[in-house]
Design a protein around this ligand. Structure first.
Ligand SMILES: Cc1cc2nc3c(=O)[nH]c(=O)nc-3n(C[C@H](O)[C@H](O)[C@H](O)COP(=O)(O)O)c2cc1C
Length: 236
C-alpha cells in the first residue's frame, strides 16, 4: 500500500461518484482515514473532520439537484479563516481522498450542492467550512471526465518537458476541479528547476489549486514553489 504505483493507479481510477450503496465504511478503513486526517491537521493547522453515518449534509433539495444519492460519510473541510485556507483544504483534502481511493472507497468534492447548516462538524470561532468531500462505496466507480491537454496547462518556455515534470502534469490533469474548469497553469523556469503554479480564476479556484498541487508534487517528487504548503514551512 502507498507505493508510487498505487498512488498513480488511485489518481487514474478516481472519478467523482455521487451515488452510494448502503455499505458502511469498514471500521479498519475508518481508523486509517482518521489517522490520515489527524496527520493532515497536525501538518497544516486545518480542522478537517471525518463524519460517518450522517445523512443531514446531503438531505437538502440542493443535494438532490446536485444528483447526490445516499451520501452518509464525508470529510468536512474546516480550518482557520485566512488567505491560504482554500488552497490548504484542497491540498490536504486530496491527500485523504487519494488514500480513500486506495482503500477501496469512492468520493466527490462538493463546494456547493450540500447543506452547510446541516453538516455535522465543529466550526470553532475564527474557522470556516470550505466544503465537504462525499466518501463511501459508490454504486459504480464513476467515469473519466474530459481533461485538457498538458500543453494547455503547462508553460515550459517552449522547451522540452523533463520526464518528472510531464509525469507531474499528467497527474495534475487528472485531478478533480470545480465544474471541471481546470483553470490552472504550472510554469517551469528556464533553468528547469523551479516549478510554480497559479490559478486563472473561477469558483473555488484556490481549492482546485491545492488539489492539483498535491497531485503534481506526489507524482513528480518536486515541490511547487510559492504554494500555501511551502508557506506553512516558513512559519515553522
Ligand atoms: C472544489 C470542488 C468543488 C466541487 N463542487 C461540486 C458540487 O458542488 N457539486 C457537484 O456535483 N460536484 C462538485 N465537484 C465535482 C466536480 O464537478 C468534478 O470533480 C469535475 O467535474 C471533474 O470530474 P472528476 O472528479 O470525475 O474527474 C467539485 C469539485 C471540486 C474540486
Amino acid at each position: 500500500m502507498n507505493s508510487q504505483k498505487d498512488l498513480i493507479r488511485a489518481i487514474e481510477e478516481r472519478h467523482s461518484v455521487r451515488a452510494y450503496t448502503d455499505e458502511p465504511i469498514a471500521a479498519a478503513v475508518v481508523e486509517e482515514l482518521e489517522e490520515a486526517v489527524a496527520e493532515a491537521n497536525a501538518a497544516s493547522g486545518l480542522h478537517l473532520q471525518l463524519v460517518c453515518g450522517d445523512e443531514g449534509a446531503f438531505s437538502s433539495l440542493l443535494a438532490h439537484y446536485g444528483r447526490f444519492r445516499n451520501v452518509r460519510n464525508y470529510l468536512a473541510l474546516v480550518g482557520p479563516k485566512g488567505a491560504d485556507l482554500d488552497e490548504l483544504c484542497g491540498y490536504f483534502g486530496e491527500k485523504v481522498v487519494l488514500l480513500a481511493q486506495q482503500l477501496g472507497l469512492n468520493s466527490c468534492w462538493v463546494g456547493g450542492t450540500f447543506s452547510r447548516r446541516k453538516t455535522r462538524c465543529e466550526i470553532a470561532d475564527g474557522e470556516k467550512l470550505v466544503g465537504v468531500v462525499a466518501l463511501g462505496h459508490g454504486v459504480d466507480a464513476g467515469r473519466p471526465s474530459r481533461s485538457k491537454q498538458i500543453s494547455e496547462l503547462a508553460n515550459t518556455h517552449g522547451m522540452v518537458m523533463p520526464d518528472w515534470f510531464q509525469h507531474g502534469m499528467q497527474a495534475a490533469a487528472l485531478a478533480p476541479t470545480a465544474l471541471n474548469q481546470q483553470h490552472f497553469i504550472f510554469t517551469l523556469d528556464k533553468a528547469q528547476e523551479v516549478v510554480t503554479a497559479e490559478t486563472t480564476g473561477g469558483p473555488l479556484s484556490k481549492v482546485d489549486l491545492g488539489i492539483v498541487e498535491y497531485h503534481f508534487e506526489a507524482v513528480s517528487g518536486h515541490a511547487v514553489a510559492g504554494s500555501a504548503v511551502e508557506r506553512l514551512g516558513d512559519r515553522g
